[in-house]
Design a binder for this molecule. Structure first.
Ligand code: 5GP
Ligand code: MG
Length: 177
């Protein structure tokens, strides 16, 4: 049976999202902020984050998939669809659920840079650094963790668990561990 080991409670999440929203509101006070969320995983984080900002913000989403119905990456990132937001001369903050190997962000940044933004930075709800293969980093993050496979708060395993309000480390086959 899979086991869900609690990592961040709803309360932890609320506090950390409010903290980075405060930093972002201050850093982008004089800028033209466009937040671009990476679907599907970032949808809940993005919704919470924008509601804690006290500066104007435009939002858009892109879709990228690197994981099938598995908990290990196939190493290939597929971007689906075009970026439709007008980001020319604007300050883009890419919103990710988890920064893991860094492949997704590494693929998305050049695609965004082609559209002439003034700046592109990365905000990842969780920075999971054990498997990083690129020199990508998160400019803003709510939590850093070495490894594990996390679910809840938008994050799935085989499309399940996204609706859980807290973050858990999913232990598959926990009976045999
Ligand atoms: P990267 O391209 O940085 O390796 O991975 C980024 C994407 O892989 C994340 O946006 C997320 O969708 C997925 N991913 C990476 N680690 C985890 C994890 O621990 N749990 C879940 N549910 N997805 C993950
Ligand atoms: Mg993702």
């Amino acid at each position: 049976m899979p086991k869900l080991v609690p990592l961040l409670t709803e309360n932890d999440i609320r506090k950390r999202v409010a903290d980075i929203a405060r930093k972002i509101s201050s850093d982008y006070a004089d800028k033209q902020l466009v937040m671009i969320g990476v679907l599907k995983g970032a949808f809940i984080f993005m919704a919470d984050l924008v509601r804690c900002l006290d500066i104007p913000v435009e939002i858009d989403f892109v879709r990228a998939s690197s994981y099938g119905d598995s908990d290990t990456s196939c190493g290939e990132v597929k971007l689906q669809g075009d970026i439709t937001a007008d980001i020319r001369d604007k300050d883009v903050l890419l919103i990710e659920d988890i920064l893991d190997t860094g492949q997704t962000v590494q693929n998305l940044i050049p695609a965004l840079e082609c559209l002439g933004p003034r700046s592109v930075k990365v905000c990842a709800f969780i920075d999971k650094y054990e498997r990083r293969q690129t020199d990508c980093h998160a400019d803003y993050t709510c939590h850093s963790v070495e490894g594990g496979f996390l679910v809840g708060y938008g994050l799935d395993y085989a499309e399940q668990y996204r609706n859980l309000p807290a973050i858990y480390d999913l232990k598959l086959n926990s009976a045999r561990e």
